[in-house]
Design a protein around this ligand. Structure first.
Ligand code: DMJ
Length: 551
């Protein structure tokens, strides 16, 4: 048997096991080895086809019936996953759907309604970004992934929890404006676009209203934290003399603009337009945007610039605001081009062995370090190259290709084949973490996100191969009977596990993996734009699911 046929057979067998429910309870460490042994390797080669197609058909018939989610007077988007071309790698996609069922099912079992799951100790977890109260973060963040995968029963359970149990007025603690926006408002608005169910739009608006007091600063640049009950807001003590953070106040535009359009209330868009105008006219050192801006004085804080933590999604939202507006918001496009030109001039480097990376700048000093977070930039630049079609396109695509290659190297150079939180370039090491505090992996999506965009936009098979390598690594090291956990050291042969299943694992990592193995028509980049948490928002003017309010 050729190795290709063997792989196909094993995957097919996996699907059989998955759909009969045995897979979850047996919990293989790797999708490509143990299950074959469990099923026996003596299946005659000719029988593989039968194994592949019979249960697949059955699975599709029972799990993709969007009609089970019926809402009066609304038009739910039909995700027809049976209508696939040869492009779709069905077995791998079904495997990823099983991963989602495992993550979601255990959250339901052990932490339902709480923020996140601790998959090893099988109890609830909550990061401080969500405040001290349980708000069902995993439900709000993970729901649209369920919908996209056709997991409609699970989707319905989550929808009902939001309708009946999500009580925003009961929340009384400080929460992160940025996180609430990208995960909760973004997730709810995506669900509204997908279903037309007004409960999602109304909850998104209620939550956004709780964030508005954070914008009451002398400049209109919002503070990072807001108290849902009192409306008091403040910045983090560690952030450069009480500054707001570029990647936080610069990552509100997509959700707030869309919220204004679906509610008919202009206030949300006016808040983010004001932020845009404020920073557009500020003088920028070498054309670069520092990560800190003081909301009282309107002056930049420390001159620390980064494509990773504290900077990242600000750049993303410039390009995507232009895409979301059906390419009418030319101001955003120009700001993106200008910012990227400065970043590429001052922060883009190539290591002695030829690995390209974005370094960080701290007061004019380069730090040759790139964050896992910064690995989203490969996908972003590819999206820019394909949608801008200007004199920068070729360069964007070249950088996108090389950055994604470097980020893959950061995975490939670890024992676990998962990437560290940050990696460095020194004389002795390239694309490797050096400090123990940088060696962890918390189920982050950015590298896989770039594989998704790169595959969609180039069709180079290597990106699917790299995505599948990540699936194998996740199964081997992160999957536990109670869900998926992060790791404390990706270089260890026996890494300690952190016992946290991050909500973005369901919102982003698994969604991008699923879409990586799907046809282009499933969330076409011509119709949808993904927010920074991978929640798909429709493009204005061309996507019938935009659902603009009649005013
Ligand atoms: C996500 O919440 C978003 O992607 C955000 O922009 C930054 N990082 C996390 C996941 O790593």
């Amino acid at each position: 048997m050729s190795s290709k046929a063997a792989t196909s057979g094993i995957l097919s067998a996996l699907v059989v096991v998955a759909w009969t429910g045995v897979y979850l309870s047996r919990h293989p460490r790797s999708p490509l080895d143990e299950p074959a042994d469990q099923l026996g390797n003596d299946i005659p080669e000719d029988d593989y086809d039968d194994i592949m197609f019979y249960p697949m058909d059955e699975a599709i018939n029972t799990t993709n019936d969007t009609s089970s989610y019926i809402l009066n007077g609304t038009d739910v988007m039909v995700i027809n996953t049976t209508d696939v071309s040869n492009e779709t790698d069905i077995e791998k996609r079904e495997f990823i759907k099983e991963m989602m069922k495992h993550a979601w099912g255990n959250y339901m079992k052990y932490a339902w309604g709480k923020n996140e799951l601790r998959p090893i100790t099988k109890r609830a977890h909550s990061a401080s970004i969500f405040g001290s109260m349980p708000v069902g973060a995993t439900i709000l963040d993970g729901l649209d992934t369920l919908f996209i995968m056709g997991l409609n029963d699970e989707f319905k359970q989550g929808r009902d929890w939001i309708a009946n149990d999500l009580n925003i007025d009961a929340l009384s603690s400080d929460v992160s404006v940025f996180e609430v926006n990208i995960r909760f408002i973004g997730g709810l608005l995506a669900c509204y676009a997908l279903t037309g169910d007004t409960i999602f739009r109304d909850k998104a608006q209620q939550i956004a209203d709780k964030l508005l007091p954070a914008f009451q600063t002398p400049t209109g640049i919002p503070n990072a934290l807001v108290n849902f009950k009192s409306g008091a807001s403040k910045n983090y003590g560690w952030a450069s003399g009480g500054s707001s953070i570029l990647s936080e106040f610069g990552t509100l535009h997509l959700e707030f603009a869309y919220l204004s359009d679906v509610t008919g209330n202009p206030i949300y868009r006016s808040k983010v337009d004001h932020i845009r105008q404020f920073i557009r006219t500020l003088e920028k050192p070498k054309g670069l945007y520092p990560n800190y801006l003081n909301p009282k004085t309107g002056k930049w804080g420390q001159h620390h610039m980064s494509m990773g933590a504290l900077g990242d999604s600000f750049y993303e939202y410039l390009l995507k605001a232009w895409i979301q507006s059906n390419k009418e918001d030319n101001e955003a496009r120009q700001m993106f081009d200008d910012a990227m030109q400065a970043v590429m001039q001052h922060m883009l480097h190539t290591s002695p062995s030829g690995l390209m990376y974005f370094a960080e700048l701290k007061f004019d000093r380069l730090e040759h370090k790139m964050d896992h977070l910064g690995c989203f930039s490969g996908g972003l630049l590819a999206l820019g190259a394909k949608s801008l079609k200007n004199e920068m396109s070729e360069r964007y695509m070249e950088v996108a290709d090389k950055i994604t290659h470097t980020c893959h190297e950061s995975y490939d150079r670890s024992y676990t084949k998962l990437g560290p939180e940050s990696f460095r370039f020194t004389e002795g090491a390239e694309a490797r973490a050096l400090k123990s505090s940088e060696k962890y992996y918390i189920l982050r999506p950015e590298v896989i996100e770039s594989y998704f965009y790169m595959y969609r936009l180039t069709k180079d098979q290597k990106y699917r191969d790299w995505g599948w390598e990540a699936v194998e690594a996740l199964e081997r090291h992160c999957r536990v009977p109670g869900g998926y956990t992060g790791l404390k050291n990706v270089y260890s042969e026996d890494p300690m596990q952190d016992d946290v299943q991050q909500s973005f694992f369901l919102a982003e990592t698994l969604k991008y993996l699923y879409l990586l193995f799907s046809d282009d028509s499933l969330f076409s980049l011509d119709q949808w734009v993904f927010n920074t948490e991978a929640h798909p928002l429709p493009i204005k003017g061309i996507n019938p699911y935009y659902r603009e309010a009649a005013v």
